[in-house]
Every structure is written in C-alpha cells, then in structure tokens.
Design a protein around this ligand. Sequence first.
Ligand SMILES: [Zn+2]
Length: 374
Amino acid sequence: MDPLLSLLADLVRIPSMNPMGRARTGEAYTEEAVAEYVAAYTRKAGMDVEVCPVAPHRPNVIARVGAGAELTLMLEAHLDTVHADTMTIPPFDPVVHDGRLYGRGACDTKGSLAVFLFAVASLLARGTKLRYNIILAAVADEEYQFTGARAAVANGLRADFGIAGEPTGLHIIRAHKGVTRWRLHTRGTAAHSAYPERGENAIYRMGEVLVRLDAYGSGLQQSTPHPVLGPPTLSVGVIEGGQAVNIVPDLCTIEIDRRTLPGETREDVLAPVEKLLHDIRGWSMDEPHLSVKGMDVAGDSEIVRLLVEGISAEQIQPVVEGAQYATDAGTYNEAGIPTVVFGPGDIRRAHTAEEYIEIDQLHAAVRIIRRMLT
Ligand SMILES: [Zn+2]
C-alpha cells in the first residue's frame, strides 16, 4: 500500500475523539494512543521527540529536527477529532475507494497530520538537506478549548513561521476570526406563581437583557468590516431558567458566542456588554470559558510566499483568503509565530457522517510541503 495512505489509515484507526467537556470516558476519548503512534513515528524518522501532558491522558507531541538553519518552521496539526456518534460509515475502519479515504478524522485533520509526518520523514530518510529547522507539533484539544496549542506555547514553543494543518482544500487561510464564549446570569427571587408580585422574575429580567443584546449584535454587523473577514458578530445560543411553571424563577442563564476580529481584546468584547446593561439590576457575567484570538498574517509575508510558490509549482492556482472558523493558528500568532492555515481536504467534509479526504490532495500537499522544506 502507498506509505502515505497507510500512515493516514493507521492514524484514523486509532480513535482520538475529544470528550468536549461531556462525561465521556475511555481511551477512545483521549489523544494518548494516537500521540504514542506519532511519537514513535517521528522518533523512528530521527527527530527529537517530547511528549508533554496537557491534561491526564491528553498529551501534545513536539518533534524537532535541526538543520543548522537560521529559521525554524513549525508544522502543526491537532490530534483530536469530533465524536463519531452520528457517523453512517465505520468511523475507525478506514476504507479507500473512488480516490478517497473514509473515516473519522480523515479530513479534519489527520490528513494534514499524515502529510506533515510523511513529508518530513521521507526527506530525512533520503538524507535531503533541509532549508529550515523543523518543529512538528501534534497537539491535543483543538476541537473544544484549544488547550493543546496554548500549553505548547506556554511550554516555550517558538518558531519563525508556521502552518496549522486544517482541511482548507489547499487554499491558504491567512486570516480568521477569533471566538469568545461566556455565560451571563440574571437573578431574581423565587415565589409561588399564584403570587408573582411576591417574587422577582429572573426570566423577565433576562428578556430585557436579550432585547438589548439583539440590538447590539445587529449594530456589530453594521460596524466597519475587516477587509477579508467582514464584521464581528454576537449570538446568544443557549438559554436556561426556571425550575417549574408554578414557581417564579430566581435564576436564568444564557451563553453568548462572540466572533472577534483579529486584534480585538477581552476588554473590547466584555466592556460594551457591561455598559449596555448598566441600568439593569441583578445580572452577572462569568469569566469567558473559551477565548481564542483571531489572526491576520500579512498577504506578503514569508510563509504565504513560500506556500504560494509550492502551490504554483503543482500547477494549482494559489488562493489566499480568510475563514470564519477559529483554529489553533490564533494562539500561535498571538505568541508571535506568523502561522497560516493550510491542508488537504474540504472543510465541508469535516465533522460529517461520511467524512473522507481526496487522495490526490494528500499527495499534492506532500509535494508542496517537501518543496518548501528543500
Ligand atoms: Zn480541525
């Protein structure tokens, strides 16, 4: 079998589903086994390998190879996938047909991981002189809280530029939005619903909050757009409140999703909401439980130029664009590593019931990466 395909098939065969904060346990819901595989693969290729725990049984793998070069390039891909509950094909029994490889993670993003591993290992096996020192980072928890990338940066990961592997269809994503999520509560006083005047209704109070957030969100859509990403957005996606219909509710909670533009700070996100609600009593906000930065790498930067060159050599028209989804690239850019998003596969196949990746794109991506490295 084609060694690239057999590598990807091995990676798909090892479940590494993100528990997504829910009560899911067992080895299939950790990155540990696939991390061990990646560590063994990179060690065998002759790289220096560190396995760094991010959470119990959820490690990052950081593999390095020096080339005596001035600059260091990071190739990064996440180890985790979303769950497989709703899949209509065998998730961990990869099948190859019609020029595709099927299975959970094939597209998002074990395809990119396989490309990076194979590209580097095959060059090392041939003894090819590399143009850059290379860091291959395979990290945990991209699909939920981005803690793997954060831990890698906190542990001192540094490079001169980087690529975060995600299914971009070989397009170069040089900018994407960030996301901040947090909970907001309104409180009241419980009472028997036959005497509502004796209580204070936390749901009615939230009603006022929601009307204002709706108007604020519409205003954001009208604000000055980013040239590639458009305007920032705000959406309330979850509401919970009340214990029973015959009790005046004393608590109501919403969850807010705010998509940020590159450069927007925590303060830019939270302060306007606080101001908006200043004359409403009895509400409070939790600290954000998710906050990942947007990113905006200059169109004429070295990493974009290198990829454009590699893509053009494949007789593919290079596409440099923005994306609405957030990735680990936000964390690396924040840490001063200009990192774009690039990889084989179609983002519309990610997280789906019949996830697959086009084999042609895998091979093209390997050639593009190898060209960059030599
Ligand atoms: Zn992904």
